[in-house]
Design a protein around this ligand. Structure first.
Ligand SMILES: [Zn+2]
Length: 80
């Protein structure tokens, strides 16, 4: 069981919801580029934490994924 990032309910089956949709990453540059997110305080010195944008994923239940991940993005994509 995982918690859906959108509705907050527990779900036995979840999808991986990308914070930045893969199609938007590809549309706006290289899809494998990194995001700079904060500072790694556990490392010596102040080192910026970097993650691939594509790794920024959270669990979402099927209902939320269909509503927000599929339906909403289908409306947003032509506008972008
Ligand atoms: Zn949900």
């Amino acid at each position: 069981m995982k918690t859906c990032i959108i509705c907050g309910r527990m779900a036995a089956k979840t999808n991986k919801e990308h914070v930045i949709p893969k199609w938007l990453l590809k549309m706006t540059g290289h899809k494998s580029r990194n995001a700079s997110l904060g500072v790694d305080w556990s490392a010596a010195g102040l080192r910026v934490r970097r993650f691939p944008f594509s790794a920024l994923q959270f669990p979402s239940c099927t209902k939320c994924n269909d509503r927000y991940g599929v339906e909403l993005e289908s409306h947003a994509k032509p506008i972008m």
